[in-house]
Design a protein around this ligand. Structure first.
Ligand SMILES: Cc1ncc(COP(=O)(O)O)c(C=O)c1O
Length: 364
């Protein structure tokens, strides 16, 4: 990165800069790994949050069995960085991507989600040509109404297709409770997550009763990990956001991970004492769930984002002048991280390293 050198004070880093408080990140990694170990549930963190092989390796060192990716392109980046066990928790459709998938499977352990019989046939054919055996999970729609086969009989029908396909190895089922992760009422969150998990584990049981072994039953989001991870029959957690956290998850009851991700911005203009404009707008921080949280200096609130400008309003903070720095917690870490080339890795106020967001933009 231009204008920065290892060992410099965080206050001197030019802005906008995406920063990792590495001690908070380390604590979050350990906390989730300890939870999984105590519960005897395997951990396969979702790398779509951080998109960084360095962070993925830290999660593996702490005990994760592998990682999860959203996209084939992310998986390719992670595999190239030496990560050996990867779930792509999405459907890989169409000849060009299926060709890449079987190539990837030829040199690393990769597993992919399916919810459609025609896709199963395409994957089987491509695996046969390449001479690999592709590992498959069936994605089950457990209430989010996104991808996934309907629970019960449709899952069994699809599992039979997979088991009959010589190029494929059926590993199990996955689901994602995206409709419950942000529920503020913790009792409602627990009730609805339990119901979603029951759909998933009942489907797994149905397959077992029909003689189809189910090794993996994977689910979990940061807002629900303690519910999903404790549900009988769930074998793996595919949680993502906990590693960096964001202000959307920050206020949620029972979610006690630390803020590890901040955006540092500079004031570039002021209007009187109560309005300050920063150099970090929508191209530096996203607002898909809501506005980010200004935390330093205290007494200022982010009220709007334009393309290249952030608008701060004073509540009772100190007066800001052009050149002053502000610290913002992104409202959604996953989409904000994807806007940046690098992380500034900060330990106790000092720049320790610069890590590339290596899978940035890998939406394909
Ligand atoms: C399929 C799937 N699994 C797991 C996750 C991780 O969720 P979170 O970031 O809430 O931990 C996501 C997030 O979107 C997801 O889409």
């Amino acid at each position: 990165m231009r204008g920065i050198s290892i060992g410099m004070d965080v206050a001197d880093i030019d802005t906008p800069a995406l920063c990792l408080d590495i001690e908070a990140v380390e604590a979050n990694i350990k906390r989730m790994a300890d939870y999984a170990r105590d519960r005897s549930v395997r951990l396969r963190p979702h790398a779509k949050t951080h998109k960084s092989p360095a962070l993925a390796h830290m999660q593996l060192e702490a005990g994760a069995v592998g990682i999860t990716c959203a996209k084939l392109g992310e998986a390719e980046v992670m595999a190239a960085a030496g990560i050996k066990d990867i779930l792509i928790a999405n459907q890989i459709i169409g000849a060009p991507k299926i060709a890449r998938l079987v190539n990837l499977a030829a040199y690393t352990r990769v597993m992919v989600a399916v919810d459609d019989a025609a896709n199963v046939a395409d994957l089987d054919a491509a695996a046969g040509v390449k001479g690999v055996r592709l590992r498959i999970l069936i994605e089950v729609d457990i209430g989010m109404n996104r991808c996934g086969a309907a629970p019960g009989q449709p899952v069994l029908d699809l599992a039979r297709e997979i088991v009959a396909s010589p190029g494929l190895r059926f590993e199990g089922v996955m689901g994602y409770e995206g409709h419950t992760i942000f529920l503020e009422d913790v009792n409602e969150r627990m009730e609805r997550t339990e119901a979603a998990m029951q759909l998933l584990t009942d489907s797994a049981e149905l397959l077992r009763r029909e003689g189809i072994p189910v090794e993996i039953v994977s689910a979990g989001g940061t807002g629900t990990y303690f519910i999903t991870g404790a549900h009988p029959g769930i074998t793996e957690l595919q949680v993502g956001s906990y590693i960096t956290m964001d202000s959307q998850y920050g206020g949620l009851e029972r979610i006690d991970f630390a803020y590890g991700l901040t955006l540092r911005a500079s004031v570039i203009s002021t209007r009187g004492d109560d309005l300050a404009i920063t150099d970090a707008g929508l191209k530096a921080v996203t607002r898909d769930f809501g506005l980010p949280l200004a935390i330093d200096p205290p007494g200022w609130q982010l009220t709007a984002l334009a393309e290249e400008h952030g608008f701060l309003s004073r509540t009772d903070g100190p007066r800001l002048r052009p050149g002053d720095k502000v610290t913002i917690v992104p409202n959604h870490g996953c989409t904000t991280i994807n806007l940046h080339d690098n992380y500034c890795v900060i330990r106790r106020g000092v720049l320790e390293a610069v890590w590339p967001v290596a899978a940035r933009g890998r939406t394909y």
